[in-house]
Design a protein around this ligand. Sequence first.
Ligand code: AR6
Length: 200
Amino acid sequence: MATAKLIEIPTLFQKYQVAKNVLDRVSIWNGDITRISIDAIVNAANSRLAGGGGVDGAIHNAAGRSELQAQCRQYNGCAVGDAIITSGCRMTHIKKIIHTVGPQVYGGNITDEIRENLVACYRTSIDIAIENGIKSIAFCCISTGVYGYPNDDAAKTVTNFLTEFLEKDTSLERIVLVTFLETDNELYNKYFAKYAASKT
Ligand code: AR6
């Protein structure tokens, strides 16, 4: 009879466990970011933090324009790729709003610098969230509206960054990717499925 042999956990299974730990903490949700009950939502702001249209306008309306503007004025604007934090003002179902400024894309031409700035928006927002004890965070699709960042490249870039980040991070319990457009929902599903497939 063959002697018993200690079998090591296959590398494949270890990879699967890492991916499961990432995917268990990410949700893709189609809807209005102002309706989510979560620790923090991330706004796609402008560098003057002056309020605007799109998701920025929706968040200012829901939070109360004058209250939110008063908090934004305490900062001297915000650079592209950087982020600042305010309270949720009248949005009592959240604790904080993180305002980040995405890169602008003209003519669909994405340079390395533009892509790095998009990643910086997510990284800086998460850094500020963690510094403020936030455990759950919802992102809108930064830069993909008025600022013209192509949806496919954004979804791929953000998926790559977040999966890599979450493989190492243990402090964030949930990231919700809020898609307003069906196309962004489909793109995130595609790229997260590719990530999952790469680990099995
Ligand atoms: N909830 C979730 N996502 C939304 C909502 C909402 N209520 N409304 C729009 N979106 P954009 P940007 C999506 O243009 O490209 C502002 O005027 C939208 O479909 O809001 O970063 C600022 O003041 C798109 O997928 O932000 C800046 O000047 C995504 O949010 C400028 O626009 C981002 O679109 C920033 O442009």
